[in-house]
Design a protein around this ligand. Structure first.
Ligand code: SAM
Length: 250
């Protein structure tokens, strides 16, 4: 693993043997890092492609880099994990997106539950997508995690059939730690590149009874995250880390 952050190049600025970096990326490369012609770096288009390049030209508003090597999906997990997390107060969801991107979450679903605060608007979605992009660059991933529009709990439940692994964090009487759950429900019969799962985490007030019953009906596995009551944002990252670890991604 290289210990340098990635830069972002818009897909339309990728050509057959060179790339062009503009705006913020240009400023960071030239004005902050003081890179010069001949220096090398790596840029990703956020769609699974990355390019090792060396700088061939710096103008007043762009950097042109000659591609030395094309890379496919560097930093990306095989296991595709979706985190459906009840919307949090203030800026706490920002933190979940940033850290979740670093550990390898592929998709975030802002979840609307009975006890969550429906504190979401188009501006927030735009900000979260920007945070996901910045975090992707920082941790050297090459796909920007998807952030879906907010989804109601009952609508999420009707979509859970698409996931091989389905876990909901809740101190339920049948809740088990992830290690025991995964022993009981191995997903190793699916090819590595097709494995996926969803982690579902409630709001500060927890899930209500109707939501618990709906999750039982949809055969979602109840997960215990230990004896302590975690803050919702901690629970999202802990559960995701445990799953990704067991799937060989950490
Ligand atoms: N009073 C709430 C309850 O009884 O569910 C506590 C909610 S907790 C602050 C916020 C969310 O984090 C929960 O809905 C759950 O998804 C998750 N969570 C926190 N600690 C947990 C634990 N020890 N085991 C399982 N889930 C936990």
């Amino acid at each position: 693993m290289k210990h340098q952050e990635f830069f972002y190049v818009e897909p339309e600025n990728v050509h057959s043997d060179y790339i062009v970096l503009k705006n913020q990326e240009y400023k960071h490369l030239v004005q902050v890092l003081r890179k010069k012609a001949g220096d090398s770096a790596t840029a990703t288009d956020g769609q699974g492609n990355a390019y090792d390049f060396f700088i061939t030209e710096i103008t007043s508003e762009s950097v042109r880099g000659t591609i030395q090597k094309k890379l496919r999906k560097p930093g990306e997990p095989f296991f595709q994990l979706t985190l459906a997390q009840a919307i949090l107060k203030g800026n706490h969801f920002d933190w979940v997106i940033e850290k979740g991107t670093e550990i390898g979450i592929s998709r975030f679903i802002p979840l609307l539950t009975e006890h969550s605060i429906p504190d979401i608007n188009e501006q927030k979605l735009i900000r979260w997508r920007r945070i996901a992009l910045e975090s992707m660059k920082q941790c050297c991933r090459s796909i920007i995690p998807e952030i879906t529009p907010a989804l109601k709990f009952e609508d999420l439940m009707s979509e859970t059939g698409q996931y091989q692994l389905k876990m909901i964090a809740h101190p339920h009487q049948n809740a088990l730690p992830t290690s025991l759950l995964l022993k009981n429900r191995p997903i190793t019969n699916h090819p590595v590149q097709n494995r996926n799962g969803i982690a579902i985490v409630g709001p500060e007030g927890g899930f209500n009874l109707a939501e618990i019953h709906l999750a039982e009906k949809h055969q979602i596995d109840f997960v215990s995250l230990g004896k302590r009551r975690l803050r919702a944002e901690t629970a999202g990252i802990v559960l995701s880390t445990l799953i990704l670890d067991k799937m060989g991604e950490i």
